[in-house]
Design a protein around this ligand. Structure first.
Ligand code: C5P
Length: 402
C-alpha cells in the first residue's frame, strides 16, 4: 500500500460499461493515500455520473476544457505535469486510437498528451473490437511508447458474447500501478553512457556516408535506464527517434570522430556504457570544402580511411567495475562474429541480432536478440518490442557485476 501514498493519479474514464468498476478503482487509490483527479470523456458520463466519481475522488470531475458558467479553464498541461500516473480505465477502442494518433479533441486525450507521468491503459471492449487489427496495432504502438497496457480478461462480455475484452478488475489495475511505484530504482546512483543512432561521415558540405539506423533501440535503452534511476548521457548521432523521458542528457554528434570525443569525455565517470550506435566503419579521407560538381567530373572515387572503434577504445581504457556492452548486427554466423567482437573490444556483454530475422534490425519496433556474456553464457530471446529488449539488456548487464 505504501507505494501509492502521496502520489498524484489522474484516472481517465471513457464511455464503456466497465466505467462502473472504475468507481471502485478510484476508491482503492484514495484509500491508499493517493490524490486522485478524475477526467471523464463526454460519453463516459452516460455510463456513470460525475457525482459518483467526484464524491469518491474528493475532487470535481473534469470533462470539459472549461466550466461553462464560470469560464474557469482546466489546464491539461498543469494536469499532465501534476500526474505521477495517468490511468485510463476503461480505455475504449476509440480513445486508444486517439491516444495513438494524437486526436486531442477532449480533456482526457489532451491531458494524456501533456503527461510526463507513467501511463496505464486498461482496455475494455467487445471481443471483435479487441481482436481487430486496428486495436491490436494501436495497443502495440502504445506499448512501444512505454505505456503499460493492463490486458483485459476473458469472460462474459456486456454483449453476452464470451471472449477477451473484460476490463481487468479494479484490484488488478490497482496492483499494476502499485507495482510500478514500488519498482526498485535499482540503477539509482549509476551513471550510464549510451551511444545511439548512425554517424554521418562527410564527403562534401551536402553529402555524407551514413546508414539506416534510426536510434530506436538506443532510445529505449535510455528510457529504461533513466526510469530505473540511472543518470544517462545519450551520445546521439543524427537519429530520427527520441527518448520518451526528460532528464536524459543528450549530446548531439555527427561523425564517428565527434562521437568518440563525446564518449571519452564522459566514460571515465560512468559505471556502464551501452554502445548501440551504428558507427560508420570508414570515413572519406578528405571532406571537400565546396560541393563537388558533377560537371567537373564529380565524384569518381572516394578514398576512405578507417574510423576509430569507439567501443574498443572504451573497452581498452575500462576501469575495474566499469561495465561495457556492445551490439552486433550480423547477417551470418551471428554467434561466432558476436563472440569475436566481444573479445576484440574487451566488452562484458554483447547483444547480437541478425538482419535475416524478420522483426529485427533497422527502423522496426521489435528485435530478436541473443545476449552473450564475456564468460560465455548465452541467452536467446524470442521476438520482443525494443523496449522489452532494453529491459533484458539492462537486467543482464548489471547482473554481470554480481
Ligand atoms: O564491429 P562492429 O561495428 O560490428 O561492432 C558493433 C559494436 O561496436 C556496436 O556496439 C557499435 O556501437 C560499436 N562500434 C563503435 N565504433 C565503431 C564501430 C562499432 O563503437 N567504429
Amino acid at each position: 500500500m505504501g507505494a501509492i501514498k502521496g502520489k498524484n493519479i489522474v484516472v481517465g474514464v471513457c464511455g464503456g460499461i466497465a466505467a462502473y468498476k472504475t468507481a471502485s478503482l478510484v476508491r482503492l487509490f484514495v484509500k491508499a493515500g493517493a490524490d486522485v483527479q478524475v477526467i471523464m470523456t463526454p460519453s463516459a458520463k452516460e455510463f456513470i455520473t460525475p457525482l459518483t466519481m467526484s464524491t469518491l475522488s474528493r475532487h470535481a470531475v473534469i470533462t470539459e476544457f472549461f466550466t461553462a458558467n464560470t469560464g474557469e479553464w482546466h489546464s491539461h498541461v498543469d494536469l499532465g505535469l501534476w500526474a505521477d500516473a495517468f490511468v485510463v480505465a476503461p480505455a475504449t477502442a476509440c480513445t486508444i486510437g486517439k491516444m495513438v494518433t494524437g486526436v486531442a479533441d477532449n480533456m482526457l486525450v489532451t491531458s494524456y498528451m501533456s503527461t510526463r507521468g507513467k501511463v496505464f491503459v486498461a482496455p475494455a471492449m467487445d471481443l471483435d473490437m479487441m481482436s481487430h487489427p486496428a486495436t491490436q496495432q494501436n495497443i502495440s504502438v502504445l506499448k512501444d511508447r512505454g505505456v503499460t497496457v493492463i490486458e483485459p480478461r476473458e469472460g462474459e462480455l456486456a454483449s453476452a458474447l464470451i471472449g477477451k475484452g473484460r476490463m481487468e478488475e479494479p484490484e488488478g489495475i490497482f496492483e499494476a500501478v502499485e507495482r510500478f511505484f514500488s519498482i526498485d530504482k535499482d540503477l539509482d546512483g549509476k551513471k550510464m553512457l549510451i551511444t545511439v543512432g548512425p554517424t554521418y561521415e562527410k564527403i562534401d558540405p551536402v553529402r555524407f556516408i551514413g546508414n539506416y539506423s534510426t536510434g530506436k533501440m538506443g532510445c529505449c535503452l535510455a528510457d529504461e535506464a533513466v526510469e530505473r534511476g540511472a543518470e544517462v548521457t545519450l551520445v546521439a548521432g543524427p537519429m530520427t527517434a527520441l527518448p520518451k523521458n526528460d532528464g536524459i542528457k543528450i549530446v548531439k554528434v555527427e561523425s564517428a570522430i565527434e562521437m568518440l570525443a563525446a564518449c571519452e569525455s564522459v566514460w571515465k565517470d560512468c559505471d556502464a556504457a551501452i554502445m548501440a550506435a551504428a558507427v560508420a566503419d570508414y570515413r572519406p579521407e578528405n571532406c571537400a570544402l565546396e560541393k563537388i560538381k558533377r560537371e567537373e567530373n564529380g565524384i569518381q572515387e572516394i578514398k576512405l580511411v578507417k574510423n576509430p572503434d569507439i567501443a574498443a577504445t572504451l573497452g581498452h581504457t575500462k576501469n575495474k567495475g566499469q561495465l561495457l556492452c556492445g551490439f552486433a548486427l550480423e547477417t551470418n554466423n551471428e554467434r561466432e562474429h558476436g563472440t569475436m567482437k566481444l573479445k576484440r573490444k574487451n566488452l562484458d556483454m554483447i547483444v547480437v541480432n541478425s538482419l535475416q530475422d524478420e522483426g529485427a534490425g533497422f527502423g522496426v519496433d521489435t528485435n530478436i536478440v541473443t545476449i552473450i556474456h564475456s564468460d560465455g553464457r548465452e541467452i536467446k530471446y524470442p521476438k520482443k518490442s525494443k523496449r522489452e529488449v532494453a529491459k533484458d539488456v539492462i537486467d543482464e548487464l548489471f547482473e554481470c557485476k554480481k
